[in-house]
Design a protein around this ligand. Structure first.
Ligand SMILES: Nc1ncnc2c1ncn2[C@@H]1O[C@H](COP(=O)(O)OP(=O)(O)OP(=O)(O)O)[C@@H](O)[C@H]1O
Ligand SMILES: O=P(O)(O)OC[C@H]1O[C@H](OP(=O)(O)OP(=O)(O)O)[C@H](O)[C@@H]1O
Ligand SMILES: [Mg+2]
Length: 280
């Protein structure tokens, strides 16, 4: 049975379970449950602190885990990224009061508050800098105001917490994070490739829609240039002479723009439908 670690709380917890449900796996119904067995799929899910997940996967006690890229880096565990799950996106950044520290080169010699000392120390080592890393558990943005540190290094999503604390970011992000599946290098037990394919199906279904429309046959080339699909669009004859029906997958982010262009070209009955899941 495949054994997989899932975040039990925090930002990544709900979306991780939802993604697995969308891929056809059973998930816990009570948020206090720590284990959920999915017999038909031969998978057992273990609900763990996202920060601990790399440790379980790295030791080989669990086969796979869902965690954040920043948490994996912070752990220092030699687990590998198997698939980017495209949720839980955030950057990991330096921040300080405006006008105090203005470039990343100036972080050397300072007191840096963070809940991710592993990420910060990796950066300092790579840039040949020395600094005093103050490890905190959370609410790191308060550290400068309270005099514990000169700057912070923390997760930034909307930037609202930084603004509220009167801090501004400086320099480039130390890293760009999102939820990922991690595994142990060289360890690919039965069921892993099926799980990855299923999740890839969910990712595609989330980023594409199915577009269907009718168009005069003499405009087909122009229309399909707008909707080339993945392999190629499906074209079917219509009962009405001189018209065809076209179906193609289109990037969700582009669909309104593509519909406008198709309508202007002469296409009609342009319909968009969600894709529940797919295997490409
Ligand atoms: N707005 C956000 N705040 C915190 N973490 C976020 C955010 N958006 C994405 N993440 C990602 O979530 C992971 C951190 O999750 P974790 O559960 O440890 O902290 P949390 O969501 O802040 O919850 P808690 O503060 O209750 O521990 C990291 O990979 C981080 O990049
Ligand atoms: O850029 P934003 O959208 O404001 O999000 C980022 C903030 O959210 C998280 O804090 P959280 O509320 O989880 O508290 P914590 O610091 O105690 O973990 C994170 O640690 C940042 O402080
Ligand atoms: Mg937090």
């Amino acid at each position: 049975m495949l054994r997989i670690a899932i975040p039990n709380k925090g930002t990544l917890s709900q979306p991780a379970s939802q993604m697995l449900r969308d891929a056809g796996y059973r998930q816990r119904t009570d948020p206090k449950d720590l284990i959920c067995r999915d017999e038909p799929n031969n998978v057992e899910f273990f609900y763990l602190r996202p920060r601990d997940i790399a440790t379980y996967v790295g030791t080989g006690d669990l086969d796979l885990g869902i965690t954040g890229r920043d948490l994996l880096v912070d752990s220092g565990v030699a687990a590998e990224e198997v698939l980017d799950l495209a949720f839980g996106g955030a950057t990991f950044r330096w921040a300080a009061p405006p006008g105090t520290i203005t470039s990343a080169a100036e972080v050397g010699g300072r007191r840096i508050a963070t809940a991710y000392p592993g990420v910060v120390e990796r950066y300092l080592a790579e840039h040949d800098l020395k600094a005093d890393v103050v490890r905190l558990d959370g609410a790191v943005e308060n550290a400068v105001r309270l005099g514990v540190a000169d700057l912070i290094a923390d997760v930034v999503e909307t930037g609202a917490t930084l603004r509220q604390a009167g801090l501004v970011t400086l320099g480039d992000p130390l890293l760009k994070s999102s939820a990922i599946i991690i595994g142990r290098p060289g360890h690919a037990p039965a069921g892993v490739s099926q799980l990855v394919r299923r999740l890839q199906g969910v990712l595609v279904a989330r980023s594409y829609v199915m577009l269907a429309y009718d168009v005069p046959a003499n405009l087909l080339e122009n229309a399909t240039a707008l909707t080339p699909g993945i392999e190629s669009p499906t074209v079917s004859p219509l009962h009405r002479e001189g018209w065809v029906a076209v179906q193609a997958m289109v990037q969700r982010a582009d669909v309104h723009h593509v519909m406008d262009e198709l309508y202007e070209l002469g296409a009609r009955a342009i319909l968009v439908t969600d894709i529940a899941n797919c295997r490409l």
